[in-house]
Design a protein around this ligand. Sequence first.
Ligand code: TRP
Ligand code: ZN
Length: 463
Amino acid sequence: MSRSARLVPAVASALALALTGTGCGGGVHGTPGGAGLRDPYFPKAGNGGYDVGHYALTLDYTPATRRLTGTAVITARATKDLSAFDLDLAGLHVDSVGVDGRDARYNRAGQELTVRPHDDLREGRTFRTTVRYSGVPRTLTDPDGSAEGWLTTADGALGLGEPVGSMAWFPGNHHPSDKASYDIAITVPQGLQAVSNGEPEGRSTRGGRTTYRWHTAQPMADYLVMVAIGHFDITRSKGPGGLPVLTAVDPTQAEASAGVLARLPEVVKWEEDTFGPYPFSSVGAVVDRPDDAGYALETQNRPVFPGAPELGTLVHELAHQWYGDSVTPKSWRDMWLNEGFATYAQWLWDEDHGGDTAEQTFLSYYRAHDDALWAFPPATPSNAAHISASPVYERGAMVLHKIRQKVGDEAFFALLRAWPASHRYGNASTADFTAWVQRRFPGKDFGEIWKDWLYGDGRPAHP
Ligand code: TRP
Ligand code: ZN
């Protein structure tokens, strides 16, 4: 349909009017982009027909009323001729939608906000969608039972996204395969702070409300976007090579966090020595109170911790900046590429700092006969509730250890650096990884490792 429309614009235009009663700009006759990207675990996550380049989010939040007012300006490129496209948004009230400055029609069904622009959008065209919205954002419950989306904290809120929480606080193409740059401005009552990813771009106070501006230039997956609102002690310093470090710590956690956060530059330095250059333009951490969230999360530049982190957790979340944040899974099935690497980073940290060797850690997991560890293969979690279960983390790390055993330390440590270097700022699937490893070592056969450790059911007979 779209091809013929381009050949015979007048006919296509008349046909489109007859069929739908809507306008059809420039002779384009598009079709709807589609409501999901067919992710194997979250089929409605993300949307078809376009690719987002940039999000400009302007948020205003008042903890006392829990009311959020937002404007999202989403710059995207059509990947086909579009008559309509979807954004993901859960809850909240949509006040208006515009595309390239003209009001657009829209309707909502579940998490799908379907936008019908005044004129159809031709493939390749860059267009700007403005969504104004407001309301009390929801806390969503993951398939695994944990809380994500908008979390109300002791003195403010936390916006967290993994796996599908960001749709609770901004509309977008909410799937890890569509990464974008971000500008986020958050206005809060004067006296509170608002922290996000990337680098601060100033703040201003007017009429008793303060706006904090944050800029993230490097591509970021939606599940790694974060805002933290509350009282924070904010510290700025320099890490390895002059890398800007920004930490935001809830004052009640300051004392307990000081020791471990003082080691953050040392952790980044060790990770750069082990994984290659740090991929982003700043680093840091957000420490909220222990009850504010049920887990730590590797939000880009600045992981979030509920209470003072253990050193191992800091090592894990910072390792994700390479494995997960810079090289991002193509789908939620590929989670072991995040968690296996971040877990292996902890094993390596221990090995390098007088603790157990990775071989000892590997063997102790192998010998423990813990049924949960062998419940499913790392490459194919049994369902969406299990994408963060131990086979993804520890068995994922065991796959990496098996590769190390096969290729030897020198080649393995080169591989640890080459993987994030060769897929920097992109996406990768398990199949991309196995093909890439096999290409690097044409003389070696990884078939058994993939079959038994990555895709195989149950516990392999030999460690
Ligand atoms: N990615 C987090 C970590 O390992 C854990 C996590 C939090 C998670 N929420 C999740 C994993 C949702 C999968 C899905 O540091
Ligand atoms: Zn992790």
